[in-house]
Design a protein around this ligand. Structure first.
Ligand SMILES: Cc1cc2nc3c(=O)[nH]c(=O)nc-3n(C[C@H](O)[C@H](O)[C@H](O)COP(=O)(O)OP(=O)(O)OC[C@H]3O[C@@H](n4cnc5c(N)ncnc54)[C@H](O)[C@@H]3O)c2cc1C
Length: 462
């Protein structure tokens, strides 16, 4: 295996990674940007395959002009290399302070680098409920990926139900392509957005939210607050969805249940930072919320590990604009450390720009909450870990009878998190169940994100 040594690797080609790469390239530092996707974009600017030759590629995207400008600039730079379609499955510290990064691309199996910017984004959080593992139930982001990536609707009669700001853009995009949206529900009350300080919601976000609501109104779709899909039924695939009104903490209000007919249910309940790479490198975590630990960074986005910066949702959920601001700071700070052509005033201005996001982030934190009452949606035979088919009853038995009191013990006792997704889906639910059952958050938050192999690879590569 031959290694190429490069000054800077950026991992993740979403808004944060691309902003970081652009800042570093402009400072005359050579950058290798590695991403699983075939095209730059990450989650926010997910694209259809090039072969689709779409006539209006920006039609389903916000902020397309800025994004296109960044991408064009990068692609023209001789200092920029995009390693597309490459899953990073391991990163090792080297004795000289650098790092070795292993990818699953046969032609580019590994790189050595002096510095790394982690911009791996977030995964969607889905709380389990009876029937969530039926075919036809997918995440809200999954429905969006089908539409943006393949030009397909998830079904003919679709329920969109969950929590958080992703519901509106996805519902509006599906409405625009004339999907029959049977119900659109948010477990929280979106009016909570208005309870923070006015500075907490930038005008651009107000306009964005209003444009989604206007699109939905034009298509006759109404958002039902404090309502959730608490069960799905069907013979071999989803056929019916049970909706219920919720108390503030997401406990269903008895008697409020009603059943609707649907062939698809798009559901998710917020985001969880994708910290696997950072955990493997030993970066310090903020585990205030044991279900969604984030990477700790300083004002210049440096992690606790020398030579490693982090930007975007891996440091906490903040949306695409904040990710861009953080990416720029990380790119400039890394370039400065690497001897690039960085004007320190420019770095300070970028840091100040990021600091100005604080009121918005406070508002977002108040809105992106998952009520504890979701645990009452489950029955003992509800599957919590889908990969290993572990039910609530098995987890409860491990906690209550077998004394499992942290994440690692629950994993070892039940096999939760040992399957293909490696706890990306069930991990936050297991942490929340442990907290609910023991009365305190698990002491080893983040333990399920420790993956010696970060991404599935063929045995031959190992
Ligand atoms: C499914 C989903 C849909 C979303 N849709 C919207 C929306 O419609 N509107 C909105 O405002 N916000 C949306 N968001 C939130 C928005 O995408 C984020 O705010 C923004 O993309 C964060 O940018 P980022 O650069 O931090 O991460 P991302 O855009 O998530 O980019 C992270 C990148 O890292 C790559 N990566 C991670 N691990 C590895 C690895 N081991 N090897 C190689 N590559 C790796 C991923 O492939 C991904 O391309 C969505 C988020 C998700 C998860």
């Amino acid at each position: 295996m031959s290694d190429r040594r490069v000054p800077l690797v950026v991992l993740g080609a979403g808004p944060a990674g691309v902003a970081a790469a652009r800042a570093a390239v402009e400072a005359r530092v050579a950058v290798v940007l590695i991403d699983l996707g075939a095209r730059l974009g990450g989650q926010y600017h997910r694209r259809e395959p090039e072969a689709f030759a779409t006539s209006a590629p920006g039609a389903l995207h916000h902020g397309w002009a800025r994004w296109s400008e960044d991408v064009t600039h990068l692609e023209r730079s001789p200092r920029f290399t995009h390693v597309a379609g490459a899953g990073v499955w391991a990163i090792q510290h080297l004795a000289d302070g650098g790092m070795r990064i292993a990818t699953d691309r046969e032609d580019l199996p590994s790189f050595e680098t002096d510095a790394l910017i982690i911009a791996t984004g977030a995964n969607e959080r889905v709380v389990p409920f009876p029937g969530w593992d039926l075919p036809g139930v997918l995440t809200v982001g999954g429905a969006q990926a089908l539409l943006k990536g393949q030009g397909m609707r998830p079904g003919h009669a679709v329920v969109i139900s969950g929590a958080g700001p992703l519901l509106l853009p996805v519902a509006a995009a599906l409405a625009r392509v004339r999907t029959n949206i049977v119900a659109l529900t948010d477990a929280n009350d979106p009016r909570r957005w208005l309870s923070g300080s006015p500075r907490g919601i930038p005008l651009s976000k107000v306009r964005e939210g209003a444009s989604y609501l206007a699109t939905l109104a034009r298509h006759g779709v109404r958002l039902r607050p404090r309502t959730a899909a608490i069960a799905a039924h069907g013979d071999g695939r989803v056929e019916e969805v049970v909706l219920a009104r919720l108390e503030r903490d997401w406990t269903p209000i008895p008697g409020s249940e009603r059943t609707v007919t649907a062939d698809a249910l798009a559901t998710s309940h917020g985001f969880v930072p994708d910290i696997g790479v950072a955990v493997g490198l030993g970066c310090l975590l903020d585990a205030q919320d044991a279900s969604a630990p984030a990477v700790v960074v300083d004002r210049s986005q440096a992690t606790s590990v020398p030579g490693v910066w982090a930007a975007g949702e891996v440091t906490g959920i903040g949306g695409a604009d904040v990710a861009v601001h953080e990416g720029r700071v990380a790119g400039l700070a890394a370039a400065l450390m690497l001897g690039g052509d960085v004007d320190e005033d420019e770095l300070e201005r970028a840091i100040a720009r990021r600091r100005a996001d604080a009121p918005f982030l406070r508002t977002l934190a108040g809105v992106l909450t998952v009520g504890d009452g979701w645990t009452s949606w489950l029955t003992p035979d509800t599957t919590v870990c889908r990969c290993e088919e572990v039910t609530l009853a098995t987890i409860d038995e491990a906690i209550e009878r077998r004394g499992a009191c942290d994440l690692r013990s629950v994993k070892l006792t039940t096999r939760c998190g040992m399957g293909h997704c490696q706890a990306r889906i069930c991990g936050p639910s297991v942490a929340a169940l442990l907290t609910a059952r023991t009365g305190q958050p698990p002491a080893d938050a983040g333990a399920l994100d420790r993956r010696p192999v970060l991404h599935p690879v063929p045995l031959g590569r190992l």
